[in-house]
Design a protein around this ligand. Structure first.
Ligand code: BTN
Length: 294
């Protein structure tokens, strides 16, 4: 059953509407419905639990009740050109990386971005040398029209102890709690810290500014060999040369030269060592967890 606590989440005045739910199918769907019904930007839905959480490329997103910060924000980005809408997801990821480091007491820069918007930490014991802390799902409609709408959802593994990680994800995921060696993570404090950091980034975006430097600096993908799953089922092996702050693209190079891949053109990026771990018979890795992401 969908239950609204109707609780006030914070005093952030840039929010037009904010609600917390105990359990919903997907916070992205809640916000999309609100916007269809005329709720202006910026609206925020937060849930303790999702029964049909969605990840990128049609995958599902799972988290036990209370273990993750699950939220979606609704924007009316008439201030962004259609080819700059990706920046909304980027500012959400950047604001959450900043907030996560503060609330978990992590050193600056410990939370990295794996293109496009995964928040990860370096982990020597993990197959690809990283573990995922958070994922971002952006969905938009009406791009290029005055009624453009974008819903950006983020799921952050917050106060989630390792002994409760699902077996199929234990090799590739972590949480802020584990990254901080067991420090309890207060999701409300994380939400407040996030909103505090999001607002100035959004104000800047409305004025045409995007913090390209921070976005570049947090990229863990840059300089790494990657395997890229394409929507047609093919795989591209290449070196990630960087990211393009204008288009949001991943810049890759292989024997054919250098080219840019836009977010919508890619299903999944894996850092190279994931490939070895994902060989048939290997434990963990993405190959063993089709359809579920973290
Ligand atoms: C990914 O890494 O694949 C993106 C995951 C996005 C999950 C969040 S949780 C809140 C919001 N509601 C959803 O159904 N998905 C996003």
């Amino acid at each position: 059953m969908t239950t609204s606590h109707a609780a006030r989440i914070s005093r952030n005045e840039f929010l037009s509407r904010q609600e917390r739910f105990r359990s919903v199918p997907s916070t992205n769907d809640i916000v999309r419905t609100w916007m269809t019904d005329g709720t202006p930007e910026v609206c925020l839905a937060v849930a303790d639990e999702q029964t049909a959480g969605r990840g990128r490329s049609g995958r599902s997103w799972v988290a036990p009740s209370g273990s993750a910060l699950l939220l979606s924000l609704g924007f009316e980005p008439t201030y962004a050109e259609p080819d700059r809408l990706w920046r909304l997801a980027a500012i959400v990821a950047l604001a959450m990386a900043d907030a996560g480091e503060e609330v978990a007491g992590l050193p600056d820069g410990m939370l990295a971005l794996k293109w496009p918007n995964d928040i990860v930490v370096a982990a020597k014991d993990a197959p690809a040398g990283i573990r995922k802390v958070a994922g971002v799902l952006g969905e938009s409609e009406g791009a290029g029209t005055p009624s453009v709408k974008a819903v950006i959802g983020i799921g952050v593994n917050a106060d989630w102890p390792r002994d409760r990680f699902p077996a199929e994800l234990v090799d590739v995921m972590t949480s802020l709690r584990e990254a901080s060696r067991g420090r309890p993570i207060d999701s409300e404090a994380l939400l407040d810290a996030f909103l505090l950091r999001l607002e100035p980034r959004l104000v800047a975006l409305r004025e045409g500014h995007f913090d390209v430097a921070s976005w570049h600096d947090r990229q863990i993908t840059t300089g790494r060999h990657v395997s890229i799953d394409m929507p047609d089922g093919s795989t591209l092996a290449a070196r990630a040369a960087g990211v393009d702050g204008a288009t949001g693209a991943l810049i890759v190079e292989d024997a054919a030269g250098e080219r840019e891949l836009l977010v919508g053109e890619v299903s999944r990026v894996r850092l190279a060592s994931t490939l070895e771990a994902a060989e048939p018979g290997a434990a963990g890795g993405d190959a063993g967890r089709r359809g579920v992401t973290h």
